[in-house]
Design a protein around this ligand. Sequence first.
Ligand SMILES: *Cc1c(COP(=O)(O)O)cnc(C)c1O
Length: 392
Amino acid sequence: MSTHAFSPPQRTLMGPGPSDIHHRVLLAMAKPTIGHLDPLFIGMMEEIKSLLQMAFQTQNALTLPISSPGSSGMEACFVNLLEPGDKVIICQNGVFGGRMKENALRCGAKAIMVEDEWGKAIDLNKVEASLKQHPDAKALAFVHAETSTGVQSDARAIAGLAQKQGVMSIMDAVTSLAGTPVEIDEWGIDAVYSGTQKCLSCVPGLSPVSFNECAQSVISGRKTPVQSWFLDMNLVMGYWGSQSKRSYHHTAPVNSLYALHESLRMLEEEGLENAWSRHEQNHQALRAGLEVMGIQFVVDSADRLPQLNAVAIPEGVDEAQVRSTLLNDYDLEIGAGLGPMAGKIWRIGLMGYASRKRNVLFCLNSLESVLLGQGLSLDAGAAVKAALAVYQ
Ligand SMILES: *Cc1c(COP(=O)(O)O)cnc(C)c1O
């Protein structure tokens, strides 16, 4: 028996990630593989580190991509910074805050939860109260951009509260990085992790992280070894650390790093601030079109993520059918709701290279056709017209 070559179709990826990947990034991946300790490769790794410093807006020397997906960046922050018995305050307003708790517990740490309703931003008053109530907390962890709900929280203010109490901050910037402002040094974030397949529009499977000097000294001064050998930053540093004496730790995903290098170069060419405003403009155009179709956003306008549009499913619509028709007939992927939001919302991503006019208009037009097919009474063409008005 012989199997056929796998031939994935050309989809438009407007879900919660992965996002569309520019052909420049895909072509970079097809370049010849070289050894991961080859001096030329090491030179490229150094460039990735400084490009990531630009993306994170940080001078942190310990800034690098971990060789596994965003979830491992989360795990790296928790296993390196926490030891058994430590107390960590975790803000939860969606799926990913819950995963932070799982990580903290597996480190033998005590998780103090600050919970907010799904679809709402993190409440600063609750954070402040929790910090006052637990002055012995070692760290405060929060998700900047909750991909499960489309909510953005005030990262600068949250980090400021932690700093005032002398508590380290750990931030999830998986969905926010390169889509909305992320300013690690300016905001005083001690540890941050992200992912490559959201607004960086690179292949999935890498997790950029950054630790400041305070976090670094916590890691090097641990009493107990980091329970994960692979994610122990003390060891990873020997590999990614100095250019001169690099030692084998694991084999870097060479070609994936070519892709990351190229996607970061594209971000540098565009300019971070231009990337942020592009995400905002496309979000406004999509919003205008959806609203004309009577589709409502579930998040207050002040807290919406431009790169992840969470909208309520219109009455009388078979939502799974809509998504599968979009996928099968239009090669368009949009996201379903997660957890308690399942069946109630769609998550329309406009991340990275997927955040462009063509996708906004294509999505509105396709969604309109499918909803008309399900019997909704809509003014055909009105959504695209409303979106175009935003671009004018
Ligand atoms: C996607 C995502 C993650 C996990 O990233 P993976 O690459 O899927 O492991 C973590 N946090 C947030 C907020 C995310 O959106």
